[in-house]
Design a protein around this ligand. Structure first.
Ligand code: SF4
Length: 348
């Protein structure tokens, strides 16, 4: 059961409550390069990204945020470490959320300036605790970034904001070790109604990182934990969006987009099913409709095994068979299998 968290409005995208788990990503362009950043965000928007974050390491990047914001269509988050002046500048520039840890800003007066401006502009703050950058006293106390250490750090930052009567908060507690990450989020979820941004940090390359994220994020989502998510991958951020949708679709949290089911092939397979499945997967990626497409190796078991598919193909001897919900529709020449399947998908 998903625990109902307080609702936070990130530039029109609501997270928490019973809102969908918003899918976000982060640009890997230089934020000062407005064109490159906007182009990447456009590609991410097309892929279904719902919130985008950019790194703001200096004033030039902070000044670019407004220009970027005016040319995109999804909420923009500024990622800031330490420098409160950057936080003030991006809020002036119209950013929709700031990720900054109040405990790292310095004296109280600076924190107050950031919080006052966040209140004035209705900008939520994400506290992003990271296993790699825990405060010294906490690390000394726990020796390593354990779940308890991460939660204590997050609560410390939260306390600073609550003391200033600021509640528009999102928390993330990221660590690369999945069991620790799970424990930390579970612990925080039990004691707080602050919406959670979930993810596994430094998850790895597209292949390894997708597995790690699917396990970590998937486990939390299946327990009803998480209000927004990012799959962090060393690669094109567009891949993060595809992976995020897949994770949510597998758990039945999203019904959008085409899902591919394909058999593992076996001694009955008489066609090059692996290439066909890869080709179909590529071609159905941009489909927004919630359909299930099957690519099966043989006509004997394929249509029956993929009975749940709206449309599918099964390889025969020299021919392909197109089927829908287990019923065979027609035979097509083997070299036209993908083409004919795509035609059927368009008809759906
Ligand atoms: S669908 Fe046919 S080819 Fe694929 S694994 Fe099952 S029996 Fe083998």
């Amino acid at each position: 059961m998903r625990k109902i968290k307080r609702v936070v409005n990130i530039g029109g995208v609501l997270i928490g409550g019973d809102n969908p788990v918003a899918i976000q990503s982060m640009c890997n362009t230089d934020t000062r390069n407005v064109n490159a950043t906007v182009n990447q965000i456009s590609a991410l928007e097309d892929a279904g990204c719902e919130i985008i974050r950019v790194a703001v390491p200096d004033m030039e990047a902070a000044a670019a945020v407004g220009k970027i914001k005016r040319r995109i269509h999804i909420p923009l988050v500024a990622d800031i470490h330490f420098d409160y002046r950057l936080a003030l500048e991006v809020m002036k520039q119209g950013v929709d959320k700031v990720r900054i840890n109040p405990g790292n800003i310095g004296d109280k007066e600076r924190v107050k300036q950031v919080v006052d401006m966040a209140k004035e502009h209705s900008v939520p703050i994400r506290i992003g605790v990271n296993g790699g950058s825990l405060e010294k006293p906490i690390l000394e106390k726990y020796k390593s970034p354990t779940a308890d250490a991460l939660v204590e750090s997050a609560l410390g930052h939260v306390k600073i904001l609550h003391e200033l009567d600021f509640y528009d908060i999102v928390v993330s507690i990221k660590v690369s070790d999945v069991p620790q990450m799970l424990k930390a989020y579970q612990k925080f979820d039990e004691i707080s109604d602050i919406p959670l941004h979930i993810g596994v940090t430094e998850a790895g390359t597209v292949k390894q990182g997708t597995i790690k994220s699917a396990v970590g994020i998937g486990a939390l989502l299946s327990q009803g934990i998480g209000d927004t998510m990012r799959v962090s991958l060393t690669g094109d951020p567009v891949e993060e969006i595809a992976a995020a949708y897949s994770i949510q679709r597998v758990l039945g949290l999203r019904q959008t987009g085409a899902e591919l089911v394909s058999c593992p092939t076996c001694g009955r397979t008489r066609i090059d099913l692996i290439s066909i499945a890869n080709e179909v997967e590529k071609r159905i990626q941009s489909i927004k409709k919630p359909i299930k497409v099957a690519v099966m190796g043989c006509a004997v078991n394929g249509p029956g095994e993929a009975r749940g598919a709206d449309i599918g193909i099964a390889g025969g001897d020299g021919v392909g068979i197109i089927f829908s919900h287990g019923e065979i529709l027609r035979k097509v020449p083997q070299d036209k299998i993908v083409e004919e399947l795509m035609k059927e998908i368009e008809r759906l």
